[in-house]
Design a protein around this ligand. Structure first.
Ligand code: PEP
Ligand code: MG
Length: 837
């Protein structure tokens, strides 16, 4: 694709001209020209002016590469001056001519001469009187009369728009919307069809779909004797476009112009292959198309628009898949508060980004990062957010701000991230110093307290009300079906519980890539036998405790296998150090002493002796399997018995996958493989039935990657645990790196937090080595990733490049991963990104 040079608006106008649509004469200035203007060097102004009819009024509009990167506002009626006022007054009437001039003076004063907007807000009069006051105010403030020379006016407008784009605030804002640092701005200079004057004159905006739903619906307004987008704010005076029971319409007022407009809109949809929002004017009954931009759209609408364009044969299904930003899909997936749930509302704000989120209150981005590093979901509470908060917003599950509206920073970023967000909750008292949030009724919430925000209604709620999963519509499923057909890497889900597994299936995961079994032991009825097992002095005592846990685990696995109906389920054997299951406070120690019938002093001593200086590097994972083998024996037995219990006649066979965590040496695998096979043989004999299973290794230590060649022959699969691998590669603690991560990222030491986005250089090199060496030693081995990075589109690209068979990520990221993977495959096949309009 040729590099963008003039921006999407210019490109669109050029295409409209080629389609012979009635576009007023237009000249587009390239990114380079505008950059040069910002540096102080103007283009050949007399030549530029000469491109238009002598005496024509002009407007200048921004044309960035993508419409939603923003840019300076359009400036209309350039060329208006005292002389033009007099001649225009004869044509269109004195008031209308004064209206045009006034509009230009105000825009010029505020955006070009940078005078205080309040001066002009105070004028309050329109027409000739308003104009006289505005010109006087200009002269007084700017200490010179309003410039009369059209060439100078245009030059100043171009210069100020070019400079505004290159300012720091504008750059930060567009970067937050995904624009690169060096994004360019083009400018479009266009002859005006003013929309004011004799006969039917006016302006309006039209689109063929609803911006929220994406469903077909002629939407927009028209206002007689108006310019730009005034029709949208014209209240009762604005006409509907199509005949409408609510009021008068353009269809009735100017049927021919309306019919033509509708035709042109259809042509634009078909030929530009997109839903466009069209700005038009009618000048003495004649229609002009001034501008076309992509219809502003919610994610849901974007999806439906893409699907409908493909269904209408305007684009291919593959192009439709390319048109949806994978990260945006997560917005559709967020859970909502259950309709019947009790809602204890403590405050209200503007519903800025949909979905419900429950988490602990944090008051700064740094705390948000730290909280997430501890795996504690949090709600970031700020007075308002700024670009420095973006990383904290990434870390939080939701954002609540005291100030702001639908287009404030928090709202824009929140929607971009698909992060539930409530802004402008001014009735809640925010005390950031004391770290409290006080409701109108005087309830005080402190840092760490759990609240829920409902970004769909704007409510802020106490505690964690029941929620329901997102309802995904038909268009979503159609698009995801197309994505799945294009994809060449499988997507599984990390799911620990039957509920997670059901969500995974709901999102069409192709199996479970990581079931962290230790999560099953934290439930109240399991903790005591677990602790008894830990405290057992002899293998016999230990086995007695494990015998209590066995049927519980068997039931867990049977349920998972049943839900997944023959899809692969990869069960990771017990991973954390044992002390994580033991109490730490006096109260808990006393309870445990009671349960075990031991003196508190004994229990305390044992708990202390099990404590580890650095448990992340301690007696955990496969090391437990080697030193306390009864635990893995029990889990293997539970898995095999569940395999038989869940296998039904005629149903797809259950082939469990057993994964050993934290492996660093081939002997670990060799030893445990022997033991697990022995358990399988025992179960086969006892039950008199056969089954198969697959044994694999979690590659999450650097050594496992480096020695993959000797480990792979003992394994059916290798799954890279990039959370621990990142920790060990960097020597960074997963639990407290958040404390300095933001400094590291802001000073450019790391490009990104490597726990969020895979470090393809360092950790990636280990993955590539591990993948290559294990494949060479065992060509049939299945390779995958199951760390958090599995759901990140950039990281998926890397995994696909090194030849992994699947990625596994949390269930809610599965659709994002499916779409991202499909786009990678399509891009590799040469399907292009849609032209940017
Ligand atoms: C990992 O380390 O990448 C992983 C998936 O396991 P956990 O997060 O449970 O340590
Ligand atoms: Mg791990």
């Amino acid at each position: 694709m040729s590099p963008p040079t003039h921006g999407s608006r210019a490109k669109c106008l050029q295409r409209l001209v080629r389609l012979s649509l009635p576009v007023p004469r237009t000249v587009a200035l390239s990114f380079d020209t505008v950059h040069t203007i910002a540096q102080g060097q103007l283009p050949d102004m007399p030549a530029l002016i000469a491109a238009f009819d002598p005496g024509a009024l002009l407007c200048v509009r921004p044309s960035s590469q993508e419409t939603d990167w923003g840019g300076p506002g359009a400036i209309l009626n350039i060329g208006m001056n005292d002389a033009r006022l007099a001649s225009l007054a004869e044509d269109i009437g004195a008031e209308a001519a004064a209206g045009l001039y006034l509009r230009f003076v105000e825009a010029y004063a505020v955006h070009v001469a940078r005078l205080d907007p309040d001066l002009f807000d105070e004028i309050g009069e329109s027409g000739a009187k308003g104009l006289a006051r505005a010109l006087a105010a200009y002269e007084e403030e700017a200490e010179e009369p309003f410039p009369q020379d059209p060439q100078r006016q245009l030059a100043e407008v171009l210069r100020s728009m070019a400079r505004a784009w290159e300012g720091t605030t504008a750059r930060l804002l567009r970067q937050a919307r995904g624009a690169p640092v060096d994004a360019g701005l083009g400018l479009v200079v266009q002859e005006m069809a003013p929309g004011l004057g004799r006969g039917e004159c006016g302006s309006g905006v039209l689109q063929l779909v609803d911006s929220q739903t994406g469903l077909p619906q002629i939407t927009g307004r028209y206002l007689s004797q108006s310019q730009g987008r005034e029709a949208l704010t014209g209240g009762a005076d604005s006409l509907y476009l199509e005949r409408d029971p609510r009021g008068r319409s353009l269809e009735e007022a100017a049927p021919e112009a309306f019919a033509l407009l509708k035709d042109y809109a259809g042509v634009m949809r078909r030929r530009l292959r997109a839903e466009m929002q069209i700005e038009f004017t009618i000048q003495n009954g004649t229609l002009h198309i001034l501008d076309g931009v992509l219809v502003p759209r919610s994610t849901r609408a974007a999806l439906r628009i893409a699907v409908r364009l493909a269904e209408d044969g305007i684009i291919t299904p593959e192009e439709a898949v390319m048109r949806i930003e994978p990260r945006a899909v997560s917005e559709l997936l967020h859970r909502q508060i259950a309709p019947g749930a009790a809602r204890s509302v403590i405050g209200r704000g503007i519903a800025a980004s949909p979905g419900a989120a429950t988490g602990r209150i944090v008051f700064s981005a740094a705390e948000a990062l730290a909280s997430t590093a501890r795996n504690e979901p949090c709600i970031l509470v700020r007075r308002e957010t700024s670009p420095e908060d973006v990383r904290g917003m990434h870390a939080a599950v939701g954002v609540l701000t005291e100030r702001g509206g639908m287009t404030s920073h928090a709202a824009v970023i929140g929607r971009g991230l698909g992060l539930p967000c409530v802004v402008g909750a001014a009735r809640l008292r925010f005390n950031l110093q004391r770290k409290t949030l006080t409701s109108e009724r005087g309830q005080v919430f402190r840092e760490g307290d759990v609240i829920t925000i409902d970004g769909t209604s704007g409510d802020v709620l106490e505690g964690s009300p029941a929620t329901v999963e997102a309802a995904l519509d038909e268009a979503f499923h159609v698009l995801m079906g197309w994505a799945d057909a294009a994809r060449d890497i499988a997507i599984r889900a990390n799911a620990d519980t039957p509920k997670d597994a059901a969500t995974a299936r709901n999102f069409a995961a192709q199996g479970i890539g990581l079931c962290r079994t230790e999560h099953m032991f934290f439930e109240a009825d399991r903790l005591t036998p677990m602790r008894e097992m830990i405290f057992a002095d002899t293998p016999k005592d230990r086995q007695a405790a494990l015998a209590i846990l066995l049927p519980m685990q068997r039931k867990d696995f049977t349920e998972l296998f049943r839900i997944m109906e023959g899809m692969p389920v990869c069960i990771r054997l017990f991973d954390p150090p044992l002390h994580e299951f033991l109490p730490t406070d006096r109260h808990g120690l006393r309870d445990l002493a009671e349960a075990l019938d031991l003196p508190v002093s004994d229990v305390t001593r044992r708990v202390q002796s099990l404590g580890e200086y650095n448990p992340m590097l301690g007696l955990r994972g496969v090391r437990l399997g080697i030193t306390v083998p009864e635990i893995y024996d029990m889990q293997a037995r539970a898995i095999f018995e569940a395999t038989l219990d869940a296998s039904r006649e005629g149903a797809p066979p259950v082939v469990p996958e057993i994964m050993l965590p934290l492996v660093s040496a081939k002997r670990e695998v060799e030893l445990l493989r022997g033991r697990i096979e022995a358990v399988a043989t025992a179960v086969r004999t006892e039950r008199g039935r056969d089954f198969t299973f697959r044994l694999g290794v979690m590659a999450e230590t650097p050594r496992a990657c480096l020695r993959a060649a000797e480990i792979a022959p003992f394994a059916h699969f290798l799954s890279f645990g990039t959370n621990d691998l990142t920790q060990m590669t960097y020597g960074l603690s997963r639990d407290d790196a958040g404390r300095f991560m933001s400094d590291y990222v802001s000073q450019g030491v790391f490009n990104e937090d490597p726990f969020h986005v895979l470090d393809t250089d360092g950790v990636g090199e280990l993955l590539a080595i591990g993948a290559e060496r294990s494949r060479a030693a065992n060509p049939g081995i299945t390779l995958s990733i199951c760390g958090e990075h599995g759901g990140n589109p950039d990281s998926i690209a890397f995994c696909r490049d090194v030849g992994m068979d699947y990625v596994s990520c949390s269930s809610f990221r599965v659709p994002v991963a499916r779409l991202a993977a499909a786009q990678l495959a399509l891009r590799a096949k040469g399907v292009k990104l849609p032209p940017k309009l």
